[in-house]
Design a protein around this ligand. Sequence first.
Ligand code: GTP
Ligand code: SPV
Ligand code: MN
Length: 639
Amino acid sequence: MISTVLRTRTRLEAFYSFGHYAKLSARCLSVTHGDIERLPAEAKKFIEESASLCKPENIHICDGSVKESKHMIGLLLKQGTLSPLTKYENCWLARTNPADVARVESKTFICTNNKEDTIPTPKTGIKGTLGNWISPNDMEAAVNERFPSCMQGRTMYVIPYSMGPIGSSLSKIGIQLTDSPYVVESMRIMTRMGEGVMKQLEKDNTFVQCLHSVGRPADGRIEMPSWPCDPERTIILHKPDQNMIVSYGSGYGGNSLLGKKCFALRIGSTIAKREGWLAEHMLILGITNPKGEKKYIAAAFPSACGKTNLAMMTPTLPGYKVECVGDDIAWMKFDSNGQLRAINPENGFFGVAPGTTIETNPIAMATIFRNTIFTNVGSVSDGGVYWEGMESSLVPAIKVTDWLGKPWTRVRNENPAAHPNSRFCTPAKQCPIIDPAWEDPEGVPISAILFGGRRPTGVPLVYEANSWTHGVFVGSSMRSEATAAAEHKGKVIMHDPFAMRPFFGYNFGHYLKHWLSMENRGTVPKIFHVNWFRKGNDGKFLWPGFGENSRVLDWIIRRIDNEDCAIDSPIGKLPKNEAFRLDGLHTQIKLNELFKVDRDFWLEEVAAIEKYFEEQVGGDLPNEIANELKLLKQRIDKM
Ligand code: GTP
Ligand code: SPV
Ligand code: MN
C-alpha cells in the first residue's frame, strides 16, 4: 500500500517537477519582456518547469499596459486572428476555427485521488452526468501526451491576474501561462491583470497555477493558422488539492480564459468549501425601489439563460433602478456580522451576442462598442458587427459576412450569421449602470438568491422557497432546456442543479451539504425560483421578459421585506394575484397560465427529480434534500 502511494507521488511529481532537468533548461529560457526575478519562488518554478515542458521560443511576462495591449493587437492582426471593426473605437473581430466554438464539458475533468471526492457514484449501469473524474496517473499521461514541445516557435505569455479587486480579502490570484495572444487580450479585459497583481504577489505569494496551450494537432498540421487549436485532443484538467488548472487544445471562452469557469467556479468551489464560503454561477445586481431603498440580489441561471440580461436590466416599472455588479460569477461569504456579502471576481463581461439588442438589452449595447473583442459574430461592410436580433439595422447597401467569413443574406441563408455562442468580451467598467460598489473589497450585501432556467412548460414565472433547506432543494432540482453555450444539441430539458452542473469542482452531494450548512454561518437570504421562458399552447412566451422582469423583482423585494403578498402552493409561495404588479403593461398577460401549478406536470417533475437523485447522486444525497422531495411529493399528491 505504502509503496503504491509513494510511486504515485513520485510519478505525479514527474510531470510538474522535472527537478534537475528543469533547472538546466531554465537557464536557457529567454525572457523577452518583464522580470521573472520579481515573481515569488513558487511562480518562478512553475514558469520554468512549464517552459521546459512546452519549449516556447521565449517568455513574455505581462504588465497589463496599454502599450502591451497594442503590441498584442498588432500580433493578432498579423496572424489574421483579429480584424479591425472600424465603425467602433478599439473593437476587434475574431473568427475561431469552426471546431472550437464552445466549452467542451465532455473533455473537462477534475483530478483527485478518490473518485468519490469529485463525483457522486451513479447507479450501476448509468452514466454519471455530474462532472468527469480523472485519476492522477491518467492526468499525468494526458499532459505528457499533449504538452511536450507544444509551444515550439511560440511565445509563452505569463499572465498574473486577480479574481476580484486586487487586495480584497475575498479575492484570489492566478498565474496563467498561455501561448495565445488572443487569450492574453481577453484576460486583460476579463480579469485585473499585470503590474498591480505582480505587486500583490510580493505581499501574498499564494496563487492558482494555470497552464494553457492552444495546442498543435498530433500530425503537426494546423488547419487554420489564424486560430491554432487541437479539437481532437482538447482537454481541460483541474487538480483542486494543488490549486492547479491545465488546459490544452482550445482557445475559446471558458476552455481558455482560465480565470472564469476553471478558476472562479471549479477550483473556486473547492476553495470555498474548504474556507466556508460559496463560489457560484450567479449574476449580482442592485435594485433600488421608488422609495430609494436598495437591495442586492444574486441569481443562478444556466449558460445562455439570461444572467447578463437580468444583470443589466432596464426596469419598466417606474421609479425602479437596477445596477450591475456582475453578470456571471459570484463569490459569497458571511461577514463577521453574519451578513452574506458577494463580490464579482471578474473584470469584464463575456456575453452572448445573438439576441442582444437595443430593445432587449440597451445597457449592453451601450457598453460593448468600445475596447471590445467580438468572437464569431457576423460583420458588415460598414465596419460593424451583425448578429441575430439586429435585423432592423440591415439596409440593402450593406453587405453581411457570416461568422465563417462567407457572404450572407437574410433571405438566402437559413444558417445564422453569428454563431449562437458568439460573444462580446468587454470591460465591466464601461457599463453605464455599473454599481458604485462593484469593486468594493468588502462585497455587497445579498438579500435574495434566485434560481431559474428555461422551462417551456409547467414552471410558474416565480415562486418563493419555504425555507433555506427547501431553497437548497429547489436549486438542486433545477432543470433547463439545453443551449448553445456548450456542446449539447437540441432542446432537451436537462438537469442543471444550481446552474453549476458543468462547473462543480467537487462531489455534488458534498456541495449540497455545504449549502445546507450555510444556515449555521449567518443570516441566510430568501430563495426564489424564476422562469421567464414558459410558453402558451400557441408556442409563444407567456411573459414578455427583459425589462418587464422588474415586476418579478418588485414582488421579490417586497417579500424580502415580509410584505403579505404571497400565498402557499404545493411548490412554494406564489404571488397573490392582486399583489403582482401588472399596471402599465400593455400586452395581455394570461396570468392563470403563467402561474398555474398543474398536478400532472408536477407529479412528472417530482418523478424526474427522484429518478435523477437516485441515479446520479445516490448515497451522497443529504437526507434533508431527500426529505424535501418527499414533502413536495406529498403536497402535490394532495392537490
Ligand atoms: P452565459 O454568459 O452563457 O452564462 O449566459 P447568460 O445566462 O448571461 O445569458 P444571456 O443573458 O446572455 O441570455 C441568453 C439568451 O437569453 C439571449 O438570447 C437573450 O435574448 C435571452 N433572454 C434573456 N433574458 C430573457 C427574457 O427575460 N426573456 C426571453 N424570452 N429571453 C431572454
Ligand atoms: C457559460 O457558458 O456559462 C459562459 C461562457 O459564461 S464560457 O466562458 O465559455 O464558459
Ligand atoms: Mn456563464
